[in-house]
Design a protein around this ligand. Structure first.
Ligand code: FMN
Length: 355
């Protein structure tokens, strides 16, 4: 295998999604048939990276993208976790085998065109073909539950509205929000560009000014209904304006690192399948993450009231999904038809991602 082929595969793989575009991976070409991925997570400073699991999900999305990319070069892949124990710094070895009979994965062409759509989508219902493709994309270890009716989309929009309130008034979430937006940008290599956030330009300017300090955020939230405009634009409207919400539920509880990685594999297959079928997707992970905290009995804030709100939110979520508090939720997103976003996160150059 030429190094050039491995470089091309990694160049494609770096387009895998990760929470807030953190790209929690570095690469090494070990030899002509072996790649190594050094994973990391951001749990030390990112409230949403609960036990590193969103990063582990991103690792899975990356490994699946490597597999799909490699299929374009008639290479099959196999990954193993070679690091012992520490899921803060997992190492994945990927071996590649030439297999001339291997067909290129139909999702190959979607690797670079897949992207988040955070703005409202059309409410055109899913076709039977789209629905079936999404439900089957995750594989047999997952159940994909869809919420499509007007009544269900209203319920989910309300859930997102409530979840956003917690997110916006939580002091521990503030440094994350401040860090992840690249203001006045259309593209961002290491964050989310302002124009892909999903608010109008006036709200963006206000947010940029307010988010300079927590004092300003608190003042706005308390006296000027500061959470209202962003919540309408980022949660309520998009929550309603889509074809469906999609909840990925693992049939076995994720316990080991590999279980979380497998959720990421399913996520990337669902997302690329949505792209293949002309749909856009936006993950909406905060209600899932607040529920992980709530059901683990772990507070995520110095403000005790926020934990109580997290518990209530989890109960509402379970009611919508007809689930018990012990059943696992892995990934939550909305899908629908829309125009191609004019702004998106891009990626670090491959050189910067090499170990
Ligand atoms: C595990 C995971 C969780 C994510 N959670 C959210 C989310 O809650 N809201 C959101 O708008 N995007 C979310 N995203 C999307 C990322 O922000 C996005 O993939 C990243 O910024 C790169 O942009 P791109 O997908 O357009 O290339 C998530 C992605 C992953 C992999």
């Amino acid at each position: 295998m030429s190094r050039d082929t491995l470089t091309q595969i990694l160049n494609l793989a770096r387009w895998a999604p990760s929470g807030d575009n953190t790209q929690p991976w570095r690469f090494e070409i070990v030899d002509d048939y072996r790649l190594r991925v050094y994973g990391f997570d951001t749990r030390d400073h990112v409230l949403y990276d609960f036990d590193g699991h969103p990063s582990h999900i991103a690792h899975g999305a990356l490994l699946e993208t490597i597999q799909i990319a490699a299929s374009g070069f008639a290479l099959s892949t196999q990954w193993t976790i070679t690091s012992s124990g520490d899921d803060r710094a997992p190492v994945y070895d990927v071996s590649l085998t030439l297999d001339p009979s291997l067909a290129r994965d139909p999702l190959f062409g979607c690797i670079e065109t897949r992207m988040v759509q955070r703005r409202p989508m059309k409410i055109t219902p899913l076709t039977d073909t789209q629905r079936l493709a999404l439900v089957n994309a995750a594989g047999e270890d997952f159940r994909v539950q869809l919420f499509e009716s007007t009544a269900d989309r209203i319920k989910v929009a309300k859930l997102l509205w409530d979840s956003a309130k917690i997110r916006l008034i939580c002091p521990e979430a503030y440094p994350v929000h401040k860090e992840i937006i690249e203001w006045r940008a259309r593209y961002s290599k290491d964050r989310i560009p302002e124009q892909a956030v999903g608010v109008d330009p006036a709200t963006a300017r206000l947010m940029e000014w307010v988010m300079q300090s927590w004092d300003r955020v608190e003042f706005f939230n308390r006296y000027l209904l500061g959470t209202t405009a962003p919540r309408i634009q980022l949660d309520l409207l998009p929550g309603f304006c889509c074809a469906a919400h999609l909840l990925v539920r693992p049939t076995c509880s994720p316990v080991l690192l590999a279980d979380w990685v497998r959720i990421g594999i399913a996520v990337q297959r669902i997302w690329l399948t949505a792209t293949l079928h002309g749909l856009h997707l936006q993950p909406q992970m905060t209600p899932v993450i607040f529920r992980w905290y709530a059901r683990a009995g772990r507070s995520f804030s110095t403000e005790p009231a926020l934990f109580e709100q997290g518990i209530k939110l989890s109960g509402n979520f379970e009611e919508i999904a007809a689930a018990t508090p012990t059943e696992d939720f892995g990934f939550f997103a909305r899908v629908g038809l829309s125009q191609v976003p004019k702004s998106r996160s891009i990626r670090h150059d491959l050189d910067a991602l090499m170990k």
